[in-house]
Design a protein around this ligand. Structure first.
Ligand code: SAH
Length: 377
């Protein structure tokens, strides 16, 4: 069977799956039954879906598949953060990270292989843009992580008794790529994450992070209501133009308008503004006061991210006391601010370290510790 002729069910939100099932002459409730198998029980083989009619299963075997990206390597950090290097096709890799915490498990997924936006402090930017991930590849990351974490298995054995620590309770689109530059595939993926018959995540537990594609933020507000995070990183256009070049097209004032609109439409909560702390670049108390002017009185929360260095970068991480002072300056003026704990940096799994270089034999020869694998194609 030529697998390219088969439809990957992980790419179909419920209405599309219903249409697919209808084409095969089955009733819409078959789609919900299928989703139950795939997303609740983690079943990927149609043979095992025992309550589906035999001829329906036979049709599925022929025309459909549940296929996730392939795992190239998995690394576990001293703090239990896991990073998977996944394979999009013969030569391109992307990454996914799972961060277990006391009260939640956060899965950080990618939306593109590489990124076109060229933010100056981000290692993904260094490799340039390769391609958009498909809806199935985006959803497939979550499915794969749940399988790897044995979540489906344990849920079957002892329903309701799992602690939240080792399961995926939250999904953030903060891996490689700019999700809003892959709107067409990201929005259907969000629908599957939120669907009761899909992964059934609450909208508060799914976060899309963007560097600030303003028109797409307005479009997103019409399509979904997941939590929004925005990579701000600078309190004025001059500096932001340098750090986040898309700012030249969509400056801060326009970006903030779009954010407040998004929140109004969603009726509630706040926008999280990510701010990478770069030593001597954007971390002075005067810059904190500039930020206060932008954000005070709005539904905004600042998330300060200690910069994670990578080979070849010209930036350094702000010292901890400087980050603390920056945070205090914000808080004292009434702007909510937290400092993100750095996780998984010993396996290059921290924010901005997802490089996912091209996997080929050259890389293997370089003996890179994470990517040192030759992939047979
Ligand atoms: N393109 C999206 C999502 C991917 S990046 C965006 O820009 O929001 C997820 C977060 O990691 C962003 O806030 C990004 O600015 C931040 N980041 C990138 N490089 C980093 C680094 N080297 N250290 C710390 N955070 C970084």
């Amino acid at each position: 069977m030529d697998s390219s002729a088969q439809t990957n069910l992980l790419g179909l939100p419920r209405p599309e799956l219903e249409a697919f099932v209808a084409q095969m002459g089955s009733k819409p409730f078959r789609a919900r039954q299928l989703m139950n198998w795939v997303y609740k029980r983690g079943e990927g083989s149609f043979e095992n879906m025992t309550d589906l009619a035999k001829d329906f299963r036979a049709q599925l075997l022929e025309r459909a598949v549940v296929r996730t990206p392939e795992i190239v390597t998995m690394h576990k950090s001293a703090d239990d953060t896991c990073k998977w290097v996944l394979r999009a096709d013969a030569s391109q890799a992307f990454e996914m990270v799972f961060i277990p915490e006391a009260d939640r498990g956060t899965l950080c997924i990618s939306s593109q292989v590489g990124c076109a936006l060229d933010c100056s402090f981000c290692s993904t930017a260094q490799q340039g843009f390769n391609r958009n991930l498909t809806t199935a590849e985006i959803v497939g990351q979550v499915w794969l992580a749940k399988r790897e974490l044995a979540e489906f298995e344990e849920a079957k054995q002892q329903p309701g008794t799992l602690g939240d620590r080792r399961i995926v309770t939250n999904v953030v689109l903060m891996g490689m790529g700019e999700p809003l530059a892959n709107f067409r595939n990201v929005v259907p993926a969000l629908r599957i994450l939120l669907d009761d018959f899909g992964f059934d995540l609450s909208r508060r537990r799914v976060t899309l992070s963007t560097s600030g594609l303003v028109p797409q933020i307005y479009k997103l507000a019409e399509e979904t209501n997941v939590a929004l995070a925005v990579s701000l990183h600078a309190p004025n256009d001059e500096l932001r133009n340098e750090l986040v070049p898309i700012n030249r097209k969509h400056p801060i004032a326009e970006l903030l308008e779009a954010c407040w609109h998004y929140i109004d439409e969603q009726n509630g909560r706040s926008v999280t503004f990510e701010y990478v702390m770069l030593d001597g670049v954007n971390d002075s108390p005067a810059q904190a006061r500039e930020l206060v002017k932008l954000l005070r009185g709005h539904p905004a929360k600042m998330n300060l991210i200690p910069f994670n260095p990578f080979p070849g970068t010209r930036y350094k991480r702000s010292p901890a006391p400087v980050i603390q002072r920056f945070r205090d300056e914000l808080i004292k003026s009434g702007v909510l601010a937290t400092v993100r704990r750095t996780r998984g940096d010993d396996i290059d799994a921290a924010c901005g370290q997802l490089a996912g270089r091209v996997i080929d034999r050259t890389t293997a020869r370089l003996g890179n510790k994470v990517f040192g694998v030759a992939v047979q194609s």
